[in-house]
Design a protein around this ligand. Structure first.
Ligand SMILES: [Zn+2]
Length: 271
């Protein structure tokens, strides 16, 4: 029988960064399936950088199942489909998926791919390797619709994965860098973005844009609840003010004023 090597997907991505990629589904994957999660990972020795061990792949699957449960609870949704996770080794990732420090979501086919880095971080409950940012993209894009703005797409992903990037903590070791940590720094540097800034400067670098979007979406969710805020997810920039009036009973300029006060209290220097 012929060796089955087919190009499975050639997709224009709607995840973190838009670009073309092909995901080859060939014989070079091991598979670990648990609950809703199917983890595809490389056999050891495939590339220079380490592949996950069976135990690590299992832990990744367990964590993703836990994140999925938390997401369903938080969003009042019921995403109950399989999610396929493709883990590339760090030494091959740049060439094959365009990044060697993160991943991309392909929500149309319930998939994301990610760089496996053999350096665990503490996610608040367990040791993690890939976090839930891309999983949030898959679930939200699938159930709430195509995002109308980068603000809502990345805002949800950052707010619901509890942070962006990493930092070091004396007690826990490597941890997610929290939204508060980023925003305290940006407050001091006068880099806090209002909702207008988030809507109109969506091409700002990830480092600035993502924590700001996460902060604002977290604020909206805390203030108005996910059921109402979910309705803003697919709304396009030019319709955003109108949608705020319709779904939150407030216009965007009032929300922006409220949010500025909130930021001063939460991120400003303590008196
Ligand atoms: Zn993202």
């Amino acid at each position: 029988m012929m060796k089955k090597t087919t190009i499975l997907l050639l997709i224009f991505l709607t995840g973190c960064t838009k670009f073309m990629v092909d995901i080859r589904k060939d014989n070079h994957w091991l598979v670990k399936e648990k609950g809703n999660i199917v983890v595809y990972y490389r056999p050891s020795g495939t590339a220079e950088a380490p592949a996950p061990t069976t135990r690590q792949a299992e832990k990744i699957a367990d964590n993703q199942n836990r994140y999925l449960q938390d997401l369903n609870d938080t969003l009042h949704l019921n995403f109950n489909e399989k999610v396929l996770v493709y883990l590339f080794n760090q030494s091959e990732a740049k060439e094959l998926i365009g990044t060697d420090g993160g991943g991309h979501a392909v929500p149309d086919v319930n998939s994301f791919y990610f760089t496996f880095i053999n350096l665990g971080f503490f996610d608040g409950v367990d040791t993690a390797y890939i976090g839930s940012h891309e999983l949030v993209h898959v679930v939200t894009h699938k159930l709430l619709g195509l995002p109308g703005t980068r603000m809502m797409s990345e805002g949800y992903a950052v707010a619901l994965s509890t942070g962006y990037g990493y930092t070091y903590d004396n007690d826990s070791g490597i941890i997610r860098k929290s939204i508060d940590r980023w925003m305290q720094q940006y407050y001091a540097e006068e880099r806090i973005l209002s909702p207008y800034g988030l809507l109109n400067q969506a091409d700002l670098p990830e480092r600035i844009f993502y924590p700001n979007a996460g902060s604002f979406v977290r604020y909206l969710i805390n203030q108005y609840g996910t059921i109402r805020v979910n309705k803003l997810f697919p709304v396009e920039k030019n319709a955003f003010d109108k949608a705020c009036k319709e779904f939150l009973n407030k216009d965007l300029s009032t929300i922006a004023d409220d949010y500025r006060i909130y930021c001063n209290h939460r991120y400003g220097p303590q008196n």
